[in-house]
Ligand binder design. Sequence first.
Ligand code: B12
Length: 226
Amino acid sequence: MSKDPAKRKGSKREAKVMEERTGAFAEALLTLNRLEARRIVAGAGSLTPLEIAERLIVPALDGIGAGWQRGDIALSQVYMSGRICEELMDELLPPGDVRRRDQPVMAIATLEDYHLLGKRLVYSVLRAGGLAVKDFGRVTVNEAVSRVAAEGVRLLLISTLMLPSALQARELVRRLKATGLDVKLIVGGAPFLLDDQLWREVGANAMGRSASEAVPIVEAMLGGQG
Ligand code: B12
C-alpha cells in the first residue's frame, strides 16, 4: 500500500468505484439487461479490455456463483449471465494477430467441463500476445490424448472449474505419459485456485491463477524451445 495519504485515498476511491460498478454489472446480468451490461463495460473505458474482463466480469460472475450456491439465484440466471459475458468477451477480446510462427504446437481446452469462459479469456490473451494456439474446445481425456498425438501438441493448456474435472487432469497426465508423448501441461481454473497444491498433485507442469499469467508462464516454458 502507498505511504502517500493522497494516493491511498485515490486507490480507496478507485476500489469503491470498481465495487459499485461490479455490483451494477451483476445486477444487469441477473435482470438480463444486455444494454445496461454493455453500457457499464463501455463506461470502464479507462481500463484495458483484459482488466475489464478480470476486474469486472470475473468478480461479477464469482458473486453470481456464490449467490447460486446460497440458493438466492436460479441456475437459469447463472446460465444467461454466462451467455451475456461470452458475447461481451467476444467484443472486448477479438482473437488478435499471431506474430510468432516458430513456436512448438500449443493447444487449449476445457476438460470434461462446460465452463468455457476462462478458456476463452486465456485463448484471447495468448493470441493477443502473438502466440498461435489451437482451440480444442471441450474435450474428454480420450479426445485430448488423441488430438495431442495427431496434431503434435507440445504444450497443452487446460481449464476446469469443477473439482471432478480438475481431477481428470491426473488421468490425462497418466495417459499422455503412457503413450510416451512429450507434452507439457499448464492448468488453471477455480479448483486450482482453491487448493494451490492441486496442480502438483495432478502432475501438471505449471498452474496459472489468471489469464494475464498465461503469457509469462508459456514464454518461460517455451524458453529456448523454438
Ligand atoms: C457461468 C457459470 C456457469 C455457466 C457456464 C457458461 C459458460 N459458457 O461458460 C453454466 C450455467 C453453464 C454453469 C453450469 C454449471 N455450473 Co457453474 N458456474 C458459473 C460461474 C457463476 C462463473 C464461471 C465463469 O465463467 N467465470 C468467469 C471466468 C472467466 O473465470 P474462470 O473460468 O475462473 O477463469 C479465470 C481464472 O480461473 C483463470 N483460468 C481459468 N482457466 C485457466 C486456464 C489456464 C491455463 C490459466 C493460465 C488460467 C485459467 O483465468 C480466468 C481469469 O483471468 C461459477 C462461479 C465461480 N465462482 O466460478 C459457477 C461454478 C463454476 N459452477 C458450478 C456448478 C456446480 C455448475 C453445475 C454443476 C450446476 C448444475 N447443477 O448443473 C453446472 C455444470 C456444468 C458442467 N458439467 O461443466 C460450481 C462448481 C463447484 C465445483 N468447484 O465443483 C461453481 C463454482 C458455482 C458454485 N459457487 O458452486 N455454470
